[in-house]
Design a binder for this molecule. Structure first.
Ligand SMILES: *Cc1c(COP(=O)(O)O)cnc(C)c1O
Length: 372
């Protein structure tokens, strides 16, 4: 039987809660299930404010608006990331200054950030690749010295930690994704978290189409109206109800993915060594949430050969990002710095199938028949 790269996992309660949301008679946003989900995230992970959004991309757009990014401002972020990380800031008129990854880890190389800072720099956006934390101590201390805003693209990082602190609770604000390829899902969906009081009020306003509707419903003002910029960022109750079914099973989902992850790690070590392939290391100071298990092949050719080999076994393994600094859209605006590690991960990193119902033994048995 074919093994795809991802298969969305359903807990079985999704349609039950959706039906309940419909019966409650309010299916637009910011209702019963939205509150259940937001309270869960605030109480479990210690985010000061959690607002559900229709995607992580939307949450990142809100971050760019809240950080007041304007034409010509500079924003530092890794080149090895998804388009959304950059596009949310491009829409505000930012110039993106792309940073390289570490040589042994796709996350932004924190030791290179300081040299990229100019008088126009406004924010640093970090991406916790594969749900493994960036070097947040270094990054937060640079940011405080230069008075910069730190935004965590925590799309892949739900329930991961850095030195005991949940990811998404460390920067000034953060964005998570519940796209069907992530650990917990709602089809499309996301979450904005705010950890700095200065941004909370405005976040609610931007979320509710530039109105102070949230304050009004809490009885804090006696009428509501247009007070700021904003958009329609909140998901309907139907989406939130789906997400609630996933949240109820989050521990089971994470444990299952971690078990697959460790099976890969234990059983591919020898094979990888024999073929000069590196396997994703076990994070040290940080935790792992089993979002991705990746290999780094010794060349682009070896990666193509391995993908082909697995295709023959009816298994889908897929590479990941192409460096954004070299993209058609941005290459002429990039300042010309060579980002070797980002390009290496673009050309040599390979992700193995990872999802709840995965037959991980079968994948491993087929991989280890590859020599090259
Ligand atoms: C998935 C992902 C996104 C986009 O998430 P959406 O919910 O699809 O908008 C952004 N950044 C990273 C790093 C991602 O992995």
């Amino acid at each position: 039987m074919k093994i795809g790269f991802n298969k969305p996992y359903l807990t079985g309660q999704e349609t039950h809660y959706i039906e309940d949301a419909v019966k409650r008679g309010k299916i637009s946003g910011n209702g019963y299930y939205t509150k259940l989900c937001q309270d869960y995230f605030e109480n479990t992970f210690g985010f000061k404010k959690a607002l559900l959004t229709t995607s992580c991309t939307d949450a990142l757009e809100m971050c760019a608006m809240l950080a007041n990014i304007k034409q010509g401002d500079e924003v530092i972020m890794p080149s090895f990331t998804f388009v959304s990380t950059a596009i949310a800031f491009i829409r505000q008129g930012a110039n993106i200054v792309f940073a390289d990854s570490y040589s042994n880890n796709p996350n932004i190389d924190a030791t290179k950030i300081e040299t990229l800072i100019t008088s126009k720099t406004k924010a640093i956006v970090v991406v916790h690749y594969a749900g493994v934390s960036c070097d947040m101590d270094t990054i937060m201390s640079i940011a405080s010295r230069y008075n910069l805003i730190v935004i965590e693209d925590a799309a892949q990082a739900i329930s991961s930690k850095y030195k005991g602190k949940p990811l998404g609770s460390i920067g000034h604000m953060a964005a998570f994704s519940f796209h069907e390829t992530k650990n917990i899902i709602s089809g499309e969906g996301g979450l904005l978290t705010i950890n700095d009081d200065r941004f909370i009020n405005r976040a609610e306003i931007i979320w509710e189409k530039g109105t102070n509707r949230a304050e009004f419903f809490r009885g804090e003002v006696n009428k509501y109206g247009w007070v700021d910029t904003g958009s329609s960022f909140l998901p309907s109750e139907i989406i939130s109800a789906f997400l609630w079914a996933q949240i109820e099973n989050i521990d089971d989902i994470q444990n299952k993915r971690l078990a697959h992850w460790h099976y890969y790690h234990n059983h591919l070590n020898q094979w990888a060594n024999d073929n000069q392939i590196k396997i994703m290391p076990i994070p040290e100071k940080e935790t792992n949430n089993g979002h991705i298990f990746y290999l780094v092949c010794n060349s682009e050719q070896q990666r193509s050969d391995l993908i082909k080999h697995l295709k023959m076994c009816d298994i889908d393994a897929v590479f990941h990002y192409l460096s954004l600094h070299a993209s058609d859209y941005y290459k002429d605006r990039h300042d010309g710095r060579v980002l070797l590690n980002s390009d290496k991960f673009a050309n040599q990193l390979l992700r193995l199938p990872m999802f709840y119902e995965l037959d991980v033994e079968c994948v491993v048995n087929n991989i280890i028949t590859f020599n090259g």
